[in-house]
Design a protein around this ligand. Structure first.
Ligand code: AMP
Length: 280
């Protein structure tokens, strides 16, 4: 057996539970204890390292872990975007510049000479440098959204998913600096472990459904046209002459429009099943 490959994942916060779920659905078997810094994976030469989400880009860059899972916003902040292998489809949020509702600021240029509180200091400095607008960045680790009320800043740059935290704090969004979601990162030379392939199989599977139906043999062409983007569907003869079973994989987003049309085309006993993993 070769060296054990470390995978750094968040030990707490909103990415922690969905990341554990993703690894398990990808087939890795391990115990997760609240206190352990790391645990071995029982069925692969991997070790899971539990660390702070914002330390993960640096730990992967330094080679402490070969892989990491964390927010894209934190990877951008650390300046290591070259290492991003895969978008993971959860932890979606936006890094947003927001100002107090009653403020007269309406665009980025209006912030010239003012103060901006954030925990994404480098990202914000780069953004305003690119815009040619001079601001004072006020670094805060948490509770960024209360900074204007405390009069430590005129604006904030903070992560937003629904926008309700902004509203509760009387803030109005001005511009989005970046869109974020959980990502898989690696330290350049991709170790010889199929982690990206296995995680991607789960990410892809989540967006797919396996659809089975019975149909008159003479409706195969019509049904094939309704099933979007599918490779040739599987067609199996049924015991009754002139009837077939058709199996296909369909985008979950499209089911809404596809199922009624399949029924109208003569399909019956339509079953929709989850796809746990899919490798294209
Ligand atoms: P935390 O749970 O505060 O440790 O945040 C860790 C990461 O979760 C952030 O860096 C983001 O990538 C991600 N995240 C997803 N949605 C949100 C949100 N609404 N607010 C803050 N972070 C979020």
């Amino acid at each position: 057996m070769g060296d054990v490959v470390r995978v750094a994942i968040p030990n707490k916060g909103r990415l922690s539970a969905p990341t554990l779920d993703l690894l398990r659905r990808a087939g890795l078997v391990f115990e997760a204890s609240e206190r352990a810094l790391s645990v071995p994976v029982r069925n692969a030469a991997l070790e899971i390292l539990f660390v702070r989400a914002d330390d993960i880009p640096e730990l992967v860059h330094d080679g402490v872990a070969a892989f990491g899972i964390t927010g894209r916003d934190l990877v951008v902040e650390a300046g290591f975007t070259d290492g991003v292998l895969l978008d993971l489809g959860y932890g979606r949020c936006r890094l947003v510049l927001a100002v107090p509702e009653r403020s007269e600021i309406s665009d980025v240029a209006d912030l010239d000479g003012l103060r901006v509180a954030t925990s994404h200091v480098r990202t914000v400095e780069r953004f305003f440098a690119d815009e040619g607008v001079e601001v004072t960045v006020v670094p805060l680790r948490g509770s960024v959204e209360v900074a204007p009320r405390l009069d430590v800043a005129d604006a904030v740059v903070d992560l937003v998913s629904t926008g309700s935290t902004l509203m509760v704090n009387g803030l109005r969004p001005v511009v989005t600096l970046l869109d974020s979601e959980a990502v898989l990162i690696a330290d350049g030379d991709d170790p010889d472990v199929p982690l990206a392939t296995m995680l991607q199989s789960v990410v892809v599977g989540r967006r797919k459904r396996y659809v089975l139906m019975n149909a008159p043999a003479d409706s195969i062409d019509a049904i094939e046209e309704i099933i979007p983007g599918a490779d040739a569907p599987t067609v199996v003869p049924l015991a009754h002459d002139s009837m077939v079973a058709i199996h296909s994989v369909v985008d979950a987003d499209e089911l809404w429009s596809v199922l009624p049309r399949l029924e109208a085309a003569g399909a019956s006993a339509i079953l929709v099943l989850p796809v746990e993993q899919m490798i294209r």
